[in-house]
Design a protein around this ligand. Structure first.
Ligand code: HEC
Ligand code: HEC
Length: 327
């Protein structure tokens, strides 16, 4: 089975941010774009330095680190790519965040780098601002533009609070020495749009909006689950799924992202509990065990309130029938 893409891309693995990012310089269009209104950007060249940081204004460092730990270890799932996988698909925690998951596509061979604070082989010399700039703008401190499959087009909308919390936490994980090769891209990497300098918090008392924020910019559920057209998430097919992942993590199977819209082909008719069970335990409505490419292992510890928000959001998106992937 093959996924049809404009540029002839065939997914073998990986989160599809890769494709929303391939050779493109815009954030995801459509719904994501409209949510982008409050994101502040500045007209700068991609090599420009990040603007002044709000990190210093964070009063409670312990709370910040806890927030960062929660996001990184659960819904943001950074380890899914930056921690090596054991042969059975589980994460090798002894090498947590030390790289390197290799993603091979016709367009690139990407290595998820060592993001532990090791000074030589990791990002120990990076400031928290550097990490935030890399996450939201896809630009390293040396000015090099980072490439797919990391979900930069979605991470652009990470709030200052959360982006700095993630950066602060990543700087506290054990430093591990592990040399990771440099990725090779055969596509132009031109950045992801105007430089993001500041993003306000999304109010948590609005479940649909906060759920959108969790399922999009933080967890990029919608990256895997939004149909790709010409290598990019087609926001008119938000949540429709059907993206094909062939042998992810070198596992001997192909995973197809499910339709998670409220259509009867998707999660229409599911109870909230059934949806939450699929997210946190990887069990479909009919009891089928989902393939672990759906990162339920990491989602197991998502807080109940956040799950409620995600469910509220998923139920709010337009219902769409499934269109099976091209063969
Ligand atoms: C879908 C896989 C994937 C996920 C999920 C992911 N990353 Fe990445 N990340 C990558 C790849 C691949 C690169 C290297 C891109 C390149 O070489 O241009 C990268 C690069 C980076 C870099 C730049 C490091 C360097 O030395 O250049 C940082 C920092 C980073 N990621 C942090 C994170 C954090 C924090 C998270 C979670 C919020 C995260 N990543 C989630 C795949 C991923
Ligand atoms: C790395 C890609 C990826 C990410 C990220 C991801 N999913 Fe999935 N998801 C999948 C795949 C692939 C399947 C289908 C697995 C299978 O059929 O065994 C799936 C299945 C599901 C199902 C079950 C649907 C059914 O019909 O059984 C739900 C619900 C779901 N995902 C919701 C989410 C939510 C919510 C998030 C974010 C918190 C998320 N997914 C993040 C890839 C992903």
């Amino acid at each position: 089975m093959k996924i049809l893409r404009g540029a002839g891309i065939t997914t073998t693995v990986g989160c599809i941010a890769l494709l929303s990012a391939c050779g493109q310089s815009d954030a995801p269009s459509g719904a994501a774009q409209t949510q982008n209104e409050s994101v502040q950007t500045q007209a700068q060249t991609p090599a420009a330095q990040p603007a002044a940081t709000p990190a210093a204004s964070q009063p409670d460092r312990a709370a910040q680190l806890e927030r960062g730990r929660y996001l990184v270890e659960t819904i943001a799932g950074c380890g899914n790519c930056h921690t090596p996988h054991n042969p059975d698909g589980t994460l090798n925690q002894e090498m947590a965040y030390a790289g390197a998951y290799v993603i091979t596509e016709p367009e690139f061979v990407a290595y998820a780098p060592n993001i532990t604070p090791d000074m030589e082989t990791g990002i120990g010399s990076w400031s928290e601002e550097d990490i935030v700039h890399a996450l939201r703008n896809g630009i390293r401190p040396d000015g090099r533009v980072l490439g797919p499959p990391m979900s930069f087009p979605w991470y652009r909308r990470l709030s200052d609070t959360d982006a700095y919390a993630i950066a602060a936490y990543i700087k506290t994980v054990p430093a591990i020495r592990n040399e990771v090769p440099r990725s090779e891209y055969h596509i132009p990497l031109e950045g992801y749009g105007p430089i993001v300098t500041s993003v306000p918090d999304v109010p948590r008392d609005d479940p649909v909006r906060y759920g959108e924020y969790l399922a999009g910019p933080v967890g990029h559920c919608m990256d895997c689950h939004t149909t790709l057209v010409m290598g990019r998430n087609d926001m008119a097919q938000l949540g429709r799924g059907q993206n094909v992942f062939r042998q992810p993590f070198n596992m001997p199977w192909t995973a197809i992202a499910a339709n998670i819209t409220p259509h009867e082909d998707g999660i229409g008719g599911w109870t909230d509990e059934e949806i939450k069970r699929a997210i946190t335990q990887g069990v479909s409505r009919d009891g089928r065990q989902l393939l672990p490419f759906m990162p339920f292992e990491l989602y197991d510890d998502i807080e109940e309130r956040d799950l409620d928000a995600i469910v509220a959001y998923l139920k709010s998106i337009p219902p769409l029938p499934t269109i099976p992937p091209a063969q």
